[in-house]
Ligand binder design. Structure first.
Ligand code: 5GP
Length: 172
């Protein structure tokens, strides 16, 4: 049976969203920002973060190939769902759930840059700096964690646990 070891309580996630929203508001001021959430893992984070923002906000999503039921990346990134909003000349903030090797984010940012946004920034709920093999520039980070497999607050293992309001380490 898998064991869930709590890492960040629901309240800690909410408090961190408050702080990140303040930083993001300071960055964009009176500008409008297009939030591009990376499905499915960022859904809780994007929802909590976006409700705290006072700058203008538009919301869109992309979906990239995921780990499926595995706990490690296949190394291949594919776009399953593209964003709908035209981002040319717009301020774009990618909302990521977790940055591990950085492969997914590096690929996504490269693609988005070809669409000529006025600016492109990234907010990641979690980052695993020790796992990085690809350069991934993060403008805002919720929490840095070690090389552990985590679930909850949007993050899954084989589609389970996304609904948890807290983050836990999944142990076999
Ligand atoms: P990367 O391309 O940075 O190696 O992987 C990013 C993606 O891998 C994330 O968007 C997420 O879907 C998945 N991922 C990486 N680490 C974890 C983890 O600890 N837990 C879960 N649930 N997914 C992870």
């Amino acid at each position: 049976m898998p064991i869930l070891e709590p890492l960040f309580a629901a309240e800690a996630m909410q408090r961190r969203c408050d702080e990140l929203a303040r930083q993001i508001d300071e960055t964009y001021g009176n500008e409008t920002v297009v939030l591009i959430g990376v499905l499915k893992g960022s859904y809780q984070f994007l929802s909590d973060l976006s409700r705290r923002l006072h700058c203008g906000v538009e919301i869109d999503f992309v979906q990239l190939s995921s780990y499926g039921a595995e706990k490690s990346s296949s190394g291949v990134v594919q776009i399953r769902k593209d964003h709908d909003i035209n981002i040319e000349g717009r301020h774009v903030l990618v909302v990521e759930d977790i940055v591990d090797t950085g492969l997914t984010l590096a690929h996504l940012c490269e693609l988005l840059q070809t669409r000529r946004p006025a600016s492109l920034r990234v907010v990641a709920m979690l980052s695993k700096p020790a796992a990085r093999t690809h350069e991934a520039l993060l403008d805002f980070v919720g929490f840095e964690i070690g090389n552990e497999f985590v679930v909850g607050y949007g993050l899954d293992h084989a589609e389970s646990y996304r609904n948890l309001p807290y983050i836990a380490v999944l142990k076999d």
